[in-house]
Ligand binder design. Structure first.
Ligand SMILES: Cc1cc2nc3c(=O)[nH]c(=O)nc-3n(C[C@H](O)[C@H](O)[C@H](O)COP(=O)(O)OP(=O)(O)OC[C@H]3O[C@@H](n4cnc5c(N)ncnc54)[C@H](O)[C@@H]3O)c2cc1C
Ligand code: FES
Length: 365
């Protein structure tokens, strides 16, 4: 039977045993309630994706047989045109029913994921609990999550947190994995509370022991272990978390590797993790804090010896690298609000100043 995403069924959601999904020429077993994306990645197949959250559309697939249930039927990753076609689905939002088949547009199917040292860890789902919530600024908290089994991840990756009410959102690990003492499997996440936001408000108000589910790790914007290339990291707001982990990891792997980190915040009062930024600087990295609002004299003293300047972080990166070849040979990591990441991609990648294959980014959609 050929069905559509719109014809999703409750049967798909209640399946208690793994169901077989055919993706191109590949058969994948999907665990109960698991998405096609998670199941394929876990089986060692590399599907195209970016946000794993329904926002970007990069995991779009064509449903050629069977039925799926969408976790987020209105996800913006599908356009109105996609919905009119009736057979377009998002692998990251699709929980399949038995006998479902998908095609990835433009490919025969998924590719085998790389294995061996530096390969992406395989994602999974685990029960977890909140360890602690630490206030970092007026609207930003450091959330510690304790999974029931360790989550191996690479600096720069993220997890999906599933709250008790079923809300699923992406949050990036802010700790460089090697910084965790042996036996300390906690995940540290920098979370900015969005006014009225379901997940960020719940996390900001959570208390130790509150249950949740961790799914992951996900993400391609992880540290690339090529120690000879200089690195530029740019994080906006809570996007500081993953790029700080990447910068720390780069210096752990190669202490003399040139690393420069830009951190965009709205005001100096919004600057978080200053102690870690200072430590990064003392390890040889260049750290630039850029605030939308000019910093106060008191803030300059409070954050010293970090360099703080006013403006847009995008303009600061441009001003510091005015020549067309100034960033040639660099690896660039970007994380934070979509407008910031898109502005940097337009200024650096579309102009050919940095190779698209050497730019790694997460838009906090
Ligand atoms: C790869 C990635 C990494 C991220 N890392 C961080 C981080 O480290 N720190 C941080 O503070 N934020 C991060 N975010 C943003 C975070 O995932 C949330 O969007 C943010 O916290 C606001 O969520 P909220 O529930 O509080 O707000 P809400 O306003 O309730 O929801 C915000 C977003 O959730 C999405 N959404 C809405 N409905 C649904 C649904 N039914 N199912 C799934 N998604 C839905 C929409 O994209 C919406 O913009 C990241 C986002 C992505 C994609
Ligand atoms: S990866 Fe599925 S919509 Fe972004």
């Amino acid at each position: 039977m050929t069905g559509t995403a719109a014809a999703s069924t409750a049967a798909a959601s209640t399946a208690a045993v793994p169901v077989q999904v055919r993706i191109g020429d590949v058969d994948v077993a999907c665990g109960p309630g698991e998405t096609v994306l998670l199941s394929a990645l876990r089986a060692g197949w590399d599907l195209p994706y970016e946000c794993a959250s329904g926002g970007c559309g990069s995991c779009k697939a064509v449903l050629t047989g069977g039925e799926v249930r969408s976790l987020w039927p209105d996800a913006p990753g599908l356009s109105d045109r996609d919905r009119r076609k009736g057979d377009r689905v998002l692998a990251c939002q699709s929980v399949p029913a038995e006998g479902c088949a998908l095609r990835l547009p433009g490919t025969a199917g998924p590719q085998r994921a790389a294995s061996g040292p530096g390969a992406r860890p395989v994602p999974g789902r685990r029960p977890a609990r909140i360890g602690a919530v630490l206030q970092l600024s007026a609207d930003t908290v450091l959330v510690t999550v304790v999974p029931d089994r360790p989550v191996a991840y690479l600096a720069g990756q993220f997890v999906l947190l599933e709250l008790p009410d079923g809300t699923r959102r992406a949050y990036s690990m802010s700790r460089e994995p090697a910084d965790a003492p042996a036996g300390d499997d906690r995940l540290e996440l920098v979370v900015r509370r969005v006014p009225g936001g379901r997940a960020s408000s719940w996390l900001a108000g959570a208390t130790a022991g509150d249950p949740l589910v961790v799914e992951g790790p996900y993400g391609r914007a992880h540290v690339q272990s090529q120690a000879d290339r200089p690195v530029v990291c740019v994080g906006g707001g809570s996007g500081l978390g993953p790029v700080l982990a990447v910068a720390e990891r780069c210096l752990t792997e190669a202490p003399s590797r040139p690393v420069r980190l830009y951190y965009g915040a709205r005001t100096d009062a919004d600057v978080v993790l200053a102690a870690r930024l200072r430590r990064l600087r003392s390890r040889g990295a260049r750290v630039d804090v850029v605030t939308d609002v000019p910093p106060s004299a008191a803030a300059a003293g409070r954050l010293a010896p970090l360099a703080v300047r006013a403006g847009r972080v995008v303009d600061a990166v441009d001003a510091d690298h005015p020549g067309p070849a100034d960033l040639t040979g660099h690896d660039v990591y970007l994380a934070g609000p979509t407008p910031m990441v898109d502005a940097l991609l337009a200024s650096l990648v579309r102009t050919g100043r940095v190779g698209a294959d050497r730019t790694f980014f997460d838009r906090f959609l």
